[in-house]
Design a protein around this ligand. Structure first.
Ligand code: KET
Length: 397
């Protein structure tokens, strides 16, 4: 009956976890999936989250269904965090926001909405991008193409090519952007480059879809939202997916949101209603635990401050690992330039390692990084970093 079902060989990122788990080598290091581990190699539960969870456990809340689009306090907290609490767009109610199953769920709901209401819109993603972007939009029926982005010669952005490309796109197409901590390259546009990119997007009548999975891990919570807030100020209508997987360490709780910035409050109501229809048919309503945690944490000024501090500790530890890895490699291989390691932002470093070198790291050293050379710097710690640097130096020799 199922003999014609095609075998799915596994995801290039999540598939690595399975391989890593099966590896008996005690020295093994998991630098594949974008997950933050602390210096002890543990997945942290943030202190602010522990407090809220304790409070929730004491209350013994019943497990009722949530509203289709999530808790009101959760949705408001997301809007304030993304757009700034006093922003006109938030106050006037012209942003439709729904809770989602992580950032992935937000992307999928957005993709479904776009395919249904803008069936001719093509989606343009950066070359390269998080591989699942392509899969998510294609599975909703959207045509996906790439725009020029990463320049491996300069380890920067092909900004002239990118601007030229966008200037030639037809109105109504979707441009998927990473507001900070670009995945997989770690290379973000400067403020000036964002201004230029968004001006072209506005002039061409293009629709941004900002996938914001790493707020707070680049510069800080506000600066990382620069492109989003600038797009609102320019009067653009667009989509934002956000996630609390990384910046609240809530990976398995699947907590994210989709926001659609609309020209008017009336349109936001229409969009909100359609997002609810999509969700009702996908999974009906979201799980509660993550919604409660984020609602309580972000809407309480003291807990918010504590969360902010903890996000910056995550950001700073990742930065320290980058610098350490840079310094050791630079010393071991002085003829090569490793500046990119300290210059890139967020969880990932695009190492430039070939797929053969990546395979060697895995086979000979049990070090797992993604085949395209992307390394999750957030998996490094003071015990494994010198081992990783040594192995990298060996395969790069
Ligand atoms: N967008 C981007 C850019 C992203 O890197 C991820 C996850 C997501 C969305 C999805 O996040 P979530 O809230 O968990 O649904 N990226 C890491 C994990 C993964 O591949 O699923 C990664 O790139 O390793």
């Amino acid at each position: 009956m199922f003999q014609n079902v095609e075998y799915y060989p596994g995801d290039p990122i999540l598939g690595l976890i399975e391989k890593y788990n099966e590896d008996p080598n005690p020295k093994k290091v998991n630098l594949g999936v974008g997950v933050y581990y602390d210096n002890e190699g543990h997945l942290p539960i943030l202190d602010c989250v522990k407090k809220v969870e304790k409070e929730l456990a004491e209350k013994n809340l019943p497990h009722n269904y949530l509203p289709i689009d999530g808790l009101t306090g959760y949705r408001q907290a997301c809007q304030n965090l993304l757009f700034g609490p006093n922003h006109e767009a938030v106050q006037s109610g012209r942003i439709a926001t729904t809770a989602s199953l992580g950032g992935s769920g937000a992307l999928r709901i957005g993709a479904e909405f776009i395919h249904h209401w803008f069936p001719d819109a093509k989606v343009f993603v950066s070359n390269p991008t998080w591989a699942n972007h392509i899969g998510i939009f294609e599975s909703a029926g959207c045509e996906v193409n790439k725009y020029p982005y990463y320049d491996s010669n300069t380890n920067g952005i092909k900004i002239a090519e990118l601007k030229n490309f966008l200037s030639n796109l037809e109105a109504g197409n979707i441009v998927l952007l990473h507001p900070c901590c670009h995945n997989p390259t770690g290379i973000d546009p400067t403020v000036q480059q964002w201004d230029d990119i968004l001006a072209i997007i506005k002039q061409q009548g293009l629709i941004p879809f900002m996938d914001f999975a790493y707020q707070g891990l680049g510069e800080n919570l506000d600066q990382d939202a620069y492109a989003i807030r600038k797009a609102v100020d320019l009067g653009l209508s667009f989509f934002v997916s956000n996630s609390f997987s990384k910046n609240m360490s809530l990976y398995g709780e699947r907590v994210g949101a989709l926001s659609v910035i609309c020209p008017t409050t009336e349109e936001a109501k229409l969009v909100q209603s359609q997002l609810k229809l999509i969700i009702r048919r996908f999974y009906s309503s979201p799980p509660g635990h993550g919604n409660y945690i984020v609602d309580k944490t972000l809407n309480d000024p003291i807990l918010f401050k504590q969360w902010e501090k903890e996000v910056y500790e995550i950001r700073d530890r990742i930065r320290a690992m980058r610098i350490h890895l840079h310094d050791v490699l630079q010393e071991k291989l002085p003829d090569r330039d490793f500046t990119y390691l300290s210059a890139q932002r967020g969880m990932f470093s695009f190492t430039g390692l070939s797929s053969e070198q990546v395979a060697r790291l895995q086979c000979e050293y049990s070090i797992y990084i993604v085949e395209n050379g992307r390394m999750c710097v957030a998996g490094l710690n003071s015990r494994n970093i010198d081992y990783v640097a040594q192995a990298m130096a060996e395969v790069l020799k």
